[in-house]
Design a protein around this ligand. Sequence first.
Ligand code: PGA
Length: 243
Amino acid sequence: MRRKTIVGNWKMNGTHESLDEARAIASVAREYPGVDVAICPPFTLITAMATACPSMTIGGQDCHGAASGAFTGSVSAEMLRDAGASLVILGHSERREALGETSAIVQYKAMAALSAGLDVILCVGESLAVREGGRATDHVTQQVLQSLPDMAGHGHARLIIAYEPIWAIGTGRTAGLGDIAEMHGAIRRALGDAGRDVAILYGGSVNGDNAGAIMALDDVDGALVGGASLTADKFAPIITAAA
Ligand code: PGA
């Protein structure tokens, strides 16, 4: 059985003042024990948020693929765990596009994260040019297959896929329900037998108004939410829709 999973990606937003908002989100989440709710704040808030919200899953937004070493400015998967995170978002399009992260790099990071015992949210998604060129499904399933870590021997760490069309992120545009259903089905087929248990989240301008219809689709197991995850007011209706 795949559980509904709602993950807030705070991106580069939030200081210690935002912990009250996180506490309010955690208290909404406690009302819906059937939904897995997580927040991925900036690195600087992980420990404080894990302490302030012990009932909620806290994640990072990236990690390095190496365990330690001379990588100025980077944070390893083990460090995320040590800070209080239990999952990590990897391969977000804002990193693939702006920082040149390839699927091979994402796969390397995913292996490190699983080895450290972190659940992994693997992000994939096509640009508008790729969608308009009719190559979205090919592009996204290739991204999945090339970024996918080898799950063997990684205990109970979970793999989650997040499909986020790049043109839908932060733009107020969401993909059509038919396109979302088709893409999630294609991703699940690409995963083969193992895909049965993998939660596939949709992301890109998800809000309280559109979340219900999107999550009612067959292969949509939840949402990865940016802007609407920053306040309990906006995030709560999405958690409710999942329940
Ligand atoms: P958005 O971001 O909900 O603000 O569109 C989603 C994401 O980038 O994960």
